[in-house]
Design a protein around this ligand. Structure first.
Ligand code: SF4
Length: 103
């Protein structure tokens, strides 16, 4: 993904979250004002991922953001989690739903 694509993705994230029903932020999410490299870090840039996660931890729309990213399989740091952690949540939900169907 090119840097321009990342910036476009980042802008889309900001627009999406500020338009969520009931999302009266008062202020823009901090990610909207942070270098996109932080939220869409190159592989191995754990330092940047940590920085993004710290920003997410104080975000007022974190839960909604995480839910969107888990559902849509987004790339990068969303809702304070890496793609790997969100993949794990998706897998756990799939298993839970299969268990319910089998019961
Ligand atoms: S949780 Fe993180 S990625 Fe999501 S809107 Fe808030 S700061 Fe941005």
């Amino acid at each position: 993904m090119t840097m321009q694509q990342r910036i476009n993705r980042h802008d889309a994230l900001y627009k999406l979250l500020t338009n969520l029903p009931g999302a009266d932020l008062g202020v823009a999410p901090e990610c909207a004002e942070t270098d996109p490299e932080v939220f869409f870090p190159e592989p191995g840039r754990v330092d940047l991922a940590r920085q993004a996660i710290e920003i997410c931890e104080r975000c007022p729309v974190r839960d909604a953001c995480l839910e969107l990213a888990v559902r849509d399989g987004e790339w990068g740091i969303w809702g304070g989690m890496t793609e790997g952690r969100r993949r794990k949540i998706r897998a756990e939900r799939r298993l839970a739903s299969q268990d319910q169907e089998a019961a």
